[in-house]
Design a protein around this ligand. Structure first.
Ligand SMILES: Nc1ncnc2c1ncn2[C@@H]1O[C@H](COP(=O)(O)OP(=O)(O)OP(=O)(O)O)[C@@H](O)[C@H]1O
Ligand SMILES: [Mg+2]
Length: 334
């Protein structure tokens, strides 16, 4: 055993001030100072609780009711901080079923709640209208017509968000990459090109949504599926729409994307106000059994025109549905 020198023995025997602080347990009031202000009870908004709060000038605070607490929980889920960059693809086997409307509605909702701006990419090979729906046709026509094709042409030279921003369109805090409008060019977006865009976007955005074209076999699709962290499958109540949602999940599961199929969020949009002959409940139950989550978006005149989608003109049920989709998407980034 090594014998300590006289100096070492002396240092051990005579604790210094530094030694004493390091070795002795800290009193509680130093290690955990606690909060310097009392935690405030949340203020109720709306309803009887809100009215009582206002009438008494805040003296009687019954706290938020169940609905408000649920809304706050949704907000917390949507705004959860993420380590890294994630992507959700919005797809369907049937066209005209709500992919773009859902991408814009959910994108605007993510932009409203998240600390960082989300991005939406139009990868529709058939002259996608994502940016038109987010900006309104008039503003989009006036803005610089930069599309995904222009971005690809210059992708090597983009080394900052400022440079990337020149190829993006902005609907408030939702940043968008427009799809190619020339039908002769648009279907040429390859999987490899999509992956290059995705890689660039992932350097600057923690959440990206990709609005896909109809079907699962167009050129870019294998790149989209390879790099997607989760999927939103758009569906409708019309029997054909519901069947195609099931076929989409089956196709994914049998082509190596079991995980994506299992974790998919099916969004069923009542865009045609379907007749009472169709058993909505049965369709919902059937689809709910084969995906992670099923969320219904009600018919909404604010979306029905196929033009600009803005959250403030939507019914509260539609906004709520978009919030639930956004929360389910962020929950899936684990
Ligand atoms: N909640 C809703 N209520 C009423 N109409 C809706 C709703 N959601 C979407 N629509 C309408 O349904 C039509 C198709 O929607 P959308 O363009 O989003 O579908 P899509 O799947 O992206 O179509 P495409 O395959 O052509 O890209 C549009 O006219 C849109 O306005
Ligand atoms: Mg579309």
């Amino acid at each position: 055993m090594a014998i300590p020198s006289a100096a070492q023995a002396f240092r051990r025997a005579r604790p210094t001030v530094a030694n004493t602080i390091a070795e002795s347990p800290m009193p509680d009031f130093i290690t955990s100072p606690g909060l310097f202000v009392k935690e405030q009870k949340l203020r109720p908004v709306g309803g009887l609780r809100g009215a009582i709060y206002s009438m008494t000038g805040g003296a009687v605070n019954m706290g938020p009711g169940l609905k408000q607490r649920q809304e706050e929980e949704l907000g917390r889920r949507i705004s959860r901080q993420l380590q890294g960059s994630y992507n959700t693809a919005v797809l369907s086997l049937k066209g005209g079923i709500g992919k773009t409307s859902t991408t814009v509605g959910v994108g605007l909702t993510l932009a409203e709640y998240r600390g960082d701006a989300p991005c939406a990419i139009d990868a529709n090979p058939d002259s996608g209208d994502l940016v038109e729906r987010a900006l309104g046709e008039g503003i989009y026509q006036q803005s610089s017509p930069r599309t995904i094709t222009d971005l690809l042409k210059n992708i090597e030279s983009i080394e900052s968000l400022t440079a990337l921003s020149r190829y993006m369109h902005h609907a408030g805090r939702l940043h968008l990459i427009a799809g190619e409008q020339d039908p002769e060019v648009s279907d040429s977006l390859t999987a490899e090109e999509y992956l290059r865009i995705r890689k660039l976007v992932s350097a600057y955005y923690s959440v990206a949504l990709t609005d896909c074209g109809t079907g699962v076999t167009h050129n870019a699709m294998s790149g989209i599926l390879q790099s997607a962290d989760n999927l939103v499958i758009a569906a409708g109540y019309a029997v054909s729409g519901a069947k195609r949602a099931r076929s989409t999940l089956q196709w994914l599961a049998s082509h190596g994307y079991e995980e994506l199929a299992r974790n998919a969020i099916v969004v069923i949009t009542d865009k045609d106000e379907i007749s009472s002959r169709v058993d909505k409940q049965a369709i919902q139950e059937h689809l709910a059994g084969i995906c992670r989550e099923l969320i219904a978006v009600p018919h909404d005149r604010g979306v029905a025109d196929g033009d600009l989608v803005t959250l403030d003109v939507l019914k509260s049920e539609t906004r709520r549905a978009y919030r639930e989709i956004a929360a389910a998407i962020v929950d899936g980034y684990r």
